[in-house]
Design a protein around this ligand. Structure first.
Ligand code: SAM
Length: 285
């Protein structure tokens, strides 16, 4: 089977297996070969990479990902999709599929195991938007991160991942994403290229690993979220919900952050510096 991501082939596969898109699993299949090629074009290529693809569906992206990598490991929650994929790619030795909910997969173990065999480990995902935040937060917390992440997100969420400080879209997820990855909004994707058509515009975001030295990433993520507890309040007031007045004052002063700053006023380096001071002194709080 070729060009799985064309409208004609997608419909033919669904007919053949007597399947229809499951809305509860966010199944909106890509049915435009030009858009699929554009996504593949935006992936930074490597001679020695393995791609973990989450939510492969019928294999529209998988088919092309197999041509730019040494191996594709797909993780799919829907048994029906897994059966179709096994059939579609039965001749491909460099393809493996895992039938699992991505939120239950031990990503740390997966990346560490793959790293023993491949120089670069990439993640590609066109997933239901309701799990985007959860999956990205677990990706950001990995000790051994993916080298590159290409993910389809809701356009508004994509904007959040790339926004600058002092703008309305600057959120905890922006700070966390930009701390660990160089974030780029590659392009917007029209709702017309999906079957069935969703009611929102999507965007492809490319994240490329940065080697920021933070030992306990989960703790950093928690700390940034605490700083943004109430976006409009001062950082001081947000930190005060967890720490004493004295500790909070000394933390901000040592990091050279004005006591009346609001969370969106700090850039990524401010957050890394503030967390660094916190990490050294938290035993006292
Ligand atoms: N990649 C295909 C494409 O672009 O046409 C399908 C994309 S569709 C938006 C999302 C896919 O993610 C579906 O195949 C769905 O079954 C799968 N999925 C949904 N929740 C998942 C989860 N928690 N873990 C793994 N796969 C999931």
């Amino acid at each position: 089977m070729e060009n799985i991501g064309s409208l004609q082939t997608t419909k033919a596969i669904l007919d053949k297996y007597k399947l229809s898109a499951k809305i509860s699993l966010g199944q909106n299949f890509l049915v435009d070969l030009k858009v699929i090629d554009k996504i593949i074009d935006h992936v930074d290529k490597s001679d020695d990479c393995v791609i973990v693809e989450v939510g492969p569906g019928l294999g529209a992206l998988t088919e092309k990902l197999l041509t730019i990598s040494k191996k594709v490991i797909a993780i799919e929650i829907d048994k029906n999709m897994v059966e179709v994929m096994e059939d579609n790619f039965k001749d491909k030795e460099n393809f493996e599929i895992i039938h699992e909910d991505i939120l239950k997969v031990d990503l740390q173990k997966l990346v560490t195991d793959l790293r023993k065999e491949y120089k670069d480990v990439y993640l590609v995902a066109n997933l239901p938007y309701y799990i985007t935040s959860d999956i990205l937060l677990s990706v950001f917390a990995l000790d051994d991160p993916f080298d590159q992440v290409m993910i389809m997100v809701q356009a508004e969420f994509g904007q959040r991942l790339v926004s600058a400080h002092n703008t309305k879209d600057y959120r905890p997820v922006t700070v966390i994403a930009k701390t660990f990855y160089k974030c780029n909004l590659s392009f917007n994707v029209s709702k017309n290229v999906f079957l069935p058509k969703p009611n929102i515009t999507s965007a492809i975001v490319k994240l490329v690993r940065k080697d920021t030295k933070i030992e306990d990433k989960a703790d950093y993520i928690k700390f940034v979220q605490l700083c943004f507890t109430q976006k409009r309040k001062t950082l001081f007031n947000n930190l005060r919900t967890e720490f004493s007045n004295e500790f909070t004052t000394s933390l901000l002063e040592s990091a050279k952050i004005p006591l009346n700053s609001r969370p969106a006023q700090l850039d990524i380096n401010d957050y890394i510096r503030l967390y660094g001071v916190y990490d050294e002194t938290k035993i006292l709080c």
